[in-house]
Design a protein around this ligand. Structure first.
Ligand SMILES: [Zn+2]
Length: 229
């Protein structure tokens, strides 16, 4: 009796194992099938049998003017032409060498090799937005007679704003345009006063003492083109 029931139990376990293995096998096959069909369903009609490679990225038309086509083909109608050195958005890249690109709220296809994407694009954007103006003579000034001569005593800068210590700088507007932000020795300064010539920057100080203590040195000036404070 005992051994009989034991045998039945073993039989039941074997049957359960069989069904369990069967279910696992079935799921595995289903899984494989899903994966083999997935890329097919991800295909876009316009890109003639290619597989999507990437998601949204910043692109750059550094290699010249770029026509966005309605279809991923040279024969496709032109949707829009992107000028050289313009930033655009790369929505998808495909294995057939084309990308879906967005520019000025219009979408179209372009050859991926005509675009700069990824690190290359980031570097270009950085170069565009930060321009090293070169080595400048960096000094400091206050609004006293020694520093400003006949302009001494004025509480406002050339731009009619109250100058701020360690922020307002005096520049040659033909070298650094007034209203620009620049990076010097890791600090951001605002060009809003005049009085120096050429590659010189004078940093505003609230007292003659603090202006003297800053002394004079040479440093690279980086123009932050897209910085707005
Ligand atoms: Zn002074």
């Amino acid at each position: 009796m005992f051994s009989n029931s034991n045998a039945r139990n073993t039989y039941t376990t074997m049957t359960q194992n069989f069904y369990l293995k069967g279910t696992i096998l079935f799921l595995a096959i289903l899984f494989c099938l899903m994966f083999s069909f997935l890329p097919v369903s991800a295909k876009e009609t316009n890109t003639s049998g290619s597989i999507k490679l990437s998601t949204t990225k910043t692109g750059f038309t550094s290699k010249g003017k770029l026509q966005l086509k309605k279809k991923a083909s040279k024969k496709g109608k032109t949707v829009i032409t992107i000028p050289k050195n313009k930033e655009c958005t790369v929505l998808k890249s495909y294995t057939n060498g084309w990308s879906l690109v967005k520019y000025s709220n219009k979408k179209g296809y372009a050859k991926t090799n005509k675009l700069s994407i990824g690190k290359e694009a980031e570097q270009l954007i950085q170069q565009m937005n930060q321009v090293c103006l070169g080595l400048f003579r960096i000094t400091a000034y206050c609004n006293c007679a020694k520093c400003c001569g006949r302009w001494a005593g004025s509480s406002l800068s050339f731009s009619h704003r109250l100058p701020q210590e360690g922020f307002t700088i005096s520049v040659d507007p033909s070298v650094i345009p007034l209203g620009s932000y620049v990076l010097i020795d890791g600090h951001i300064y605002y060009a809003e006063d005049t009085g120096v010539h050429g590659n010189s920057v004078d940093i505003f100080c609230s007292s003659h003492g603090s202006a003297l203590s800053r002394g004079m040195h040479y440093s690279n000036v980086i123009l932050l083109k897209n910085y707005r404070g």
